[in-house]
Design a protein around this ligand. Structure first.
Ligand code: NDP
Ligand code: 8X3
Length: 250
């Protein structure tokens, strides 16, 4: 049986997708840094599906290498890699922003995604079968004030997705880049480290929910083998462009 590997499955999009696929009986490898959450999720989802969990930080090359070694019996069966683990930190102007935050975003969103892809895709090439789904962002297509480095990481995700398609041309491996707009998860809490500020992001708006993106990914995965959905931009109806948001006043 083939396996779907989802990075960042402890909350948000990753968890919603894991729950959806587990209900259908898919075998899953779920990863994240918060081991206790992974244990709990494993217990919950194991009712219907075989779940493997691995606790590690995708931004650490050594940790990814350790994971690849520890899971090497499973990896030949991985047919779907969802590179979802990622984050934004801060929303300050570039000239005022925290450089440590930049390092973390670049190391996680770009280098972490690359380490995982480099580790898993060779197995897919060997099997001549597979699908890499990268979670980009509307911030990978358009910029906004205070989002320069986060945007840069998601522009990189788009570049990597497109270039990987070229590198894999002639194989049966597909690559898709999913680019959500405003989406209510732990993302803003992580970004602002302040629950009140995080809540404000979604004030007066009906944002996307992680299940909306999980539905989309499931649709992308279920296209026939000759169809590669390259890229999907998904905004909530109340967001017409990255910084053009309609907020209800009452
Ligand atoms: P959440 O914060 O809810 O989920 C992020 C997930 O990534 C968590 O499971 C977290 O797990 C994991 N993660 C973060 N850093 C690392 C790391 N270094 N190593 C391993 N796992 C990590 O946010 P979302 O579900 O919203 O985010 C998922 C993806 O969607 C991200 O790539 C984000 O950039 C993208 N996105 C989000 C949007 C939004 O508005 N929410 C819009 C567009 C794209 P743990 O903390 O346990 O490690
Ligand atoms: C998250 C969307 O607009 O907060 O990727 O950057 S945004």
């Amino acid at each position: 049986m083939s396996i779907t590997l989802i990075t960042g499955a402890t909350s948000g999009i990753g968890l919603a997708l894991a729950s959806k696929l587990a209900k259908q009986g898919s075998e899953l490898i779920l990863t994240g840094r918060r081991g206790e959450r992974l244990d709990k999720i494993k217990t919950e989802l194991s009712q219907n599906a075989k779940i493997h969990t691995f606790t590690f930080d995708v931004s650490s090359r050594k940790a990814v290498e350790k994971f690849l070694e520890a899971s090497k019996e499973l990896l030949p069966r991985v047919s779907v890699l969802v590179n979802n683990a990622g984050l934004a930190l801060g929303a300050d102007k570039l000239q005022e922003a925290n450089i440590d935050d930049w390092e973390t975003m670049i190391d996680t969103n770009v280098k972490g995604l690359l380490y995982m892809t480099r580790g898993i895709v060779p197995y897919m090439v060997k099997a001549n079968n597979g699908h890499v789904v990268n979670i980009g962002s509307v911030a990978g297509r358009w910029v906004y004030g205070g989002g320069s480095v986060y945007s840069a990481t998601k522009f990189a995700v788009r570049a990597i997705s497109e270039a990987l398609r070229v590198d894999l041309l002639g194989t049966n491996i597909r690559v898709s880049n999913i680019e959500p707009g405003m989406l209510e998860t732990e993302f803003s809490l992580v970004r602002f480290r302040d629950p009140a500020r995080a809540k404000k992001v979604y004030e007066g708006v009906t944002p996307l929910q992680p299940e909306d993106i999980a539905d989309t990914i499931q649709w992308v995965l279920s296209r026939p083998p000759h169809v590669n959905i390259q890229e999907i931009v998904i905004f909530p109806t109340a967001q017409a462009a990255i910084a053009n948001i309609h907020r209800r006043t009452s």
